[in-house]
Design a protein around this ligand. Structure first.
Ligand SMILES: [Zn+2]
Length: 475
């Protein structure tokens, strides 16, 4: 019998707010353990949680960015469970009246066709504390860090629409881009600001029955999500094939062994309305105010980049996945750089150089205006590509402009034919072997001779002119 998987995703996203969800403590989980705490987020009895306006706005922006419908009325519930990372015994979450319903994302399916995957709802909740397991001498100890307790989260719950690991991975990539666009979160699976649980079940292909699902957690990259889903599909198919029942439970992905392993479940109790946090009522005016703050979303931007700058759909799509990169590219265009060389130099030279120096594109000293000056020298043939790469390296260290560096270092490209003719003649005289090879039809010899002329000119010769001169002289 052939099986097909039925997959739904639950995605937790930590909002990049300045403070926590219900108090004014800094939302910096990475600070010294328990530095960012107060009676509210330590969950002392009697503490009065007060919903952060910024968290509500960012969550609402995220919902609208994903095409969801904000609900006029939403409320918090107490999700009861007990665990050392939640000593108050319940988590404030929106179980019954979520912030938004509906929404979805269009991705390209395996066959290249656009296909929409639906979101069931999006709700807000508080994060729990972090458990740290250490050794105190020979004694294992578990410590609790409350910096993360009460951090603002949203949870995006999809419909069980996915039928392959590929679809789930593509969905997550587009989702991450869209959330970054609205500025609600960095969405890093590595650092835990985006966490994904996958609910996976299988059924005979072509039927619409819903079978017992297994929840898989602990993936810290989108690739791991795909690997874990693929593994789980195989595992469940084998179990059903051997007449074993699939039982409802949670499994953890082990990235080293590349398997999912069964995990003991936490006790999960009921969900009851919380009396302490007021019901959230959103007026149509407030919702429209948030909608007005939505930026141009990636698909729309990609379409515009194609139209305005003649990029291919692939180029524009790739560029638009990162708002910072797309913004940098548009600033280059604004400074008069041509689209194709601008894109090429941005992606193959500048971005790797910025990454190598562990800088952020928004903070690099090589601003779009400075980079544009360099690319214009290149476009005018004032310098060659090799020199441009060298000048770029120097621009990271110095505040001087590209033209200034070129002048100070005597990097200007030699395009003067008379001067180059002299160097070419010298090289031709000194390399009779390569000249003979070229004349006998060995194309490689031309490259060698160009290289020799470049070297003799201190790297400053215009390679196009050198090629012309050599071919003219020897041809
Ligand atoms: Zn606090």
């Amino acid at each position: 019998m052939e099986f097909e998987p039925v997959i739904g995703l639950e995605i937790h996203i930590e909002l990049n707010c300045a403070t926590k969800l219900f108090c004014d403590c800094p939302n910096n989980p990475g600070d010294e353990a328990n530095a960012n705490t107060c009676p509210t987020c330590l969950w002392f009895p009697g503490a009065a949680p007060r919903l952060s306006e910024q968290a509500l706005e960012k969550a609402a922006l995220l919902c609208l960015g994903l095409g969801a419908e904000l609900q006029p009325r939403s409320a918090f519930d107490q999700k009861v469970y007990y665990y050392p990372d939640l000593p108050k015994g319940f988590q404030l979450s929106q179980a019954h009246l979520p912030l938004s319903r509906g929404g979805g994302i269009e991705i390209l399916d395996e066959d290249g066709e656009p296909r929409r995957f639906r979101i069931h709802h999006i709700h807000m909740e508080e994060d729990v504390a972090k458990l740290v397991h250490e050794m105190d001498g020979r004694l294992p100890v578990s410590l609790v860090d409350f910096n993360r307790a009460g951090a603002p989260l949203v949870e995006i719950v999809t419909e069980p629409d996915f039928r392959s690991a590929h679809q789930a991975m593509e969905f997550l990539k587009v989702l991450r881009t869209q959330v970054r666009y609205v500025g609600a979160s960095e969405c890093s699976m590595e650092t835990g600001t985006m966490r994904v649980d996958a609910n996976i079940s299988i059924r005979p292909k072509g039927t619409d029955q819903m079978n017992t699902k297994v929840e898989v957690k602990n993936m810290n990259s989108i690739r791991h999500v795909g690997d874990a889903i693929a593994y789980e599909i195989e595992r469940q198919s084998a179990a059903v094939g051997a007449d074993e029942a699939v039982v409802l439970h949670t499994r953890l992905w082990d990235p080293d062994k590349r398997v999912t392993v069964s995990m003991r479940g936490k006790f999960e109790g009921p969900c009851v309305p919380d009396p302490s946090v007021p019901v959230i009522e959103l007026s149509p005016e407030w919702i429209e105010g948030i909608r007005a703050r939505l930026p141009e979303m990636p698909a729309v931007r990609a379409e515009r980049l194609t139209r305005e700058h003649g990029l291919s759909a692939d180029e524009a799509g790739m560029l638009s996945t990162d708002p910072e990169v797309a913004g940098y590219f548009e600033a280059l265009m604004g400074a008069g750089v041509a689209a194709k060389p601008g894109l090429h130099w941005l992606t193959t030279q500048l971005l790797p150089a910025v990454k190598e120096r562990q800088q952020e594109l928004g903070e690099t000293p090589v601003t779009p205006l400075r980079f544009a000056e360099l690319l214009q020298l290149l476009a005018k043939d004032s310098i060659n590509a090799n020199t441009a790469r060298e000048v770029l390296g120097e621009m990271f260290e110095s505040a001087a402009g590209a033209a200034e560096i070129v002048a100070a270092r005597g990097y200007a490209q030699i395009s003067d034919r008379a001067e180059l003719e002299r160097v070419v003649a010298e090289v031709v005289a000194a390399q009779p072997g390569a000249v003979a090879d070229f004349r006998s039809g060995q194309g490689k010899a031309l490259g060698f001779l160009i290289g020799q002329v470049m070297q003799a000119s201190g790297g400053k010769a215009n390679p196009k002119v050198v090629r012309e001169l050599l071919v003219g002289l020897l041809g």
